[in-house]
Design a protein around this ligand. Sequence first.
Ligand SMILES: [Cu+2]
Length: 173
Amino acid sequence: MKLRSCLLSSMLGVSLLLGIAHTAKAQISDAGTSEFRRIEQPLGVKAGIVAAGAGLIGLELWWFLFSKTKVQTAQVDEGVQTVEVAVDGGYSPNQIVVQAGQPVKLTFLRKDRSSCLEQVIFPDFNRSVDLPLNQKRTVEVTPKEAGSYPFHCGMNMFRGTLTVEDSSKPEAS
Ligand SMILES: [Cu+2]
């Protein structure tokens, strides 16, 4: 979990891409200049490297885009919608459902040492909050309109969503 910081992961992706590009380039220049110095690699090895690289990139994309969606509806406490968000290898929950027109209080607690997560930003509300390790920090906003309001870490690698529902239209459950 700790190893999966966004920097490490993106570096892995870039180095894999560079590796594939480099391999492809080397093949072309070898074929063009010197027939005698060509180093033949079995086709299976090349295909395997490419497949492994593509697989890892796909896995990384999946991890960032689709994995670990944890939905939580805010609890109403004296008219304030409150949710505690654990910050550890991402945000948990990372989809927070609230009602429009009511104050929302999100309490973040960062347990992840990765500097990647030391700041959380709510672009739609013009808010950014520093999250010291093991200290609770709250963000209070009152979303006026229903919609999807993303939040993310300082580098926009880990993301969550504040999903605001229109309270005048009760949802069938
Ligand atoms: Cu980050």
